[in-house]
Design a protein. Structure first.
Length: 306
């Protein structure tokens, strides 16, 4: 089926009280894992590509994702993650993306609104929907680097004002999550009251960035296989489920896939040092990523919604 817009998936999720995963891809095996998991669970899905992923895979990656997405029997959206500029968003729209994120959250409010509105006008003219962000998450993801002391949680009245001024379709909010695997020791605090307050003012789908679970089992397997990932933690499943109940409709997941892929590759090479067939190295990585994604889809509540 043709690729669909972000809004066609996320509006239904917000109305239905479930969440949909946006999973980042950089190559064929990751894309296969995402789409196979979506088919297995009958879940709609957003396949996300960051500017770093686009630089890595180029037009070849995008053509591959579009081709594979069109073969799917569940709704698939191709989404630009953390677009840094109007030009970047337009470039990906021309490549076939059906959803783009313009991230000007590091700018003042007036600039963020103006730049987002500019992207919205261009994207809507060709049937593409738009994500924006206000507030700032801590952590590191691609070109996004925010120190803990600079992280700013989203204010409800600011969110309402921003959406009215920009015309964006869905909004990423800062509610205590952070990018990456090293979120500090213990369970990160998620401001559920803030989510409820923002959702009460906005009918739009809300987005949770930095939402990977960073399963302790995978971290242990990585370290046992020669990795070195200390003080790694993620967002607890119960916090994700609670957030979805109150308006979070899109949940970004990247770190969990990277972790699963690296675990499987390390384990194969450690157990079979003579192995050099890429299929036997990357095949298990694809399988483990698919397993992780399927588990996430059940946590989000998207299973059976596609």
């Amino acid at each position: 089926m043709p690729l669909v817009t972000g809004s066609s998936i996320l509006d239904a999720a917000r109305a239905g009280g479930y969440g949909v995963g946006a999973f980042n891809t950089n190559n064929m095996e990751i894309t296969q894992a995402i789409l196979e998991a979506a088919e297995a669970t009958r879940s709609p899905v957003l396949v996300a590509v960051s500017e770093g992923g686009l630089k890595y895979g180029g037009k070849t990656l995008i053509d591959m994702v579009i081709g594979m997405g069109r073969e799917a029997t569940v709704p698939v959206c191709l989404h630009l993650d953390h677009g840094s500029s109007f030009e970047s968003c337009l470039r990906t729209i021309r490549m076939g993306f059906t959803s783009v994120m313009i991230d000007k959250s590091h700018e003042d409010e007036a600039t963020n609104i103006a730049e987002t509105k500019r992207v919205v006008e261009a994207a809507h003219a060709v049937g593409v929907t738009v994500e924006a962000e206000i507030g700032r998450l801590g952590g590191v993801e691609e070109h996004v680097v925010v120190a803990e002391e600079d992280a700013i949680l989203t204010k409800p009245e600011e969110a309402e004002r921003f959406m009215a001024g920009s015309g964006a379709d869905y909004l990423a909010i800062a509610i205590g999550t952070s990018h990456g695997a090293n979120k500090g020791k213990g369970r990160p605090y998620i401001d559920h009251k803030r989510i409820r307050e923002i959702a009460a003012l906005l009918p739009n789908p809300l987005v949770m960035h930095g939402a990977s679970g960073v399963p302790a089992e995978l971290v242990a397997r990585l370290n046992a296989a020669g990795g070195d990932l200390k003080d790694a933690s993620g967002i607890h499943e119960d916090d994700v489920r609670e957030a979805v109940k109150h308006g979070i409709a899109k949940i970004n997941t990247d770190t969990d896939l990277r972790l699963a892929m690296t675990v499987a590759v390390r384990e194969v090479l450690g157990a079979k040092p003579k192995e050099f067939d890429p299929r036997k190295i990357l095949g298990p990585a694809r399988d483990l990523m698919r397993q992780v994604i399927e588990e996430r889809m059940h946590v989000f509540g998207s299973a059976g919604q596609g």
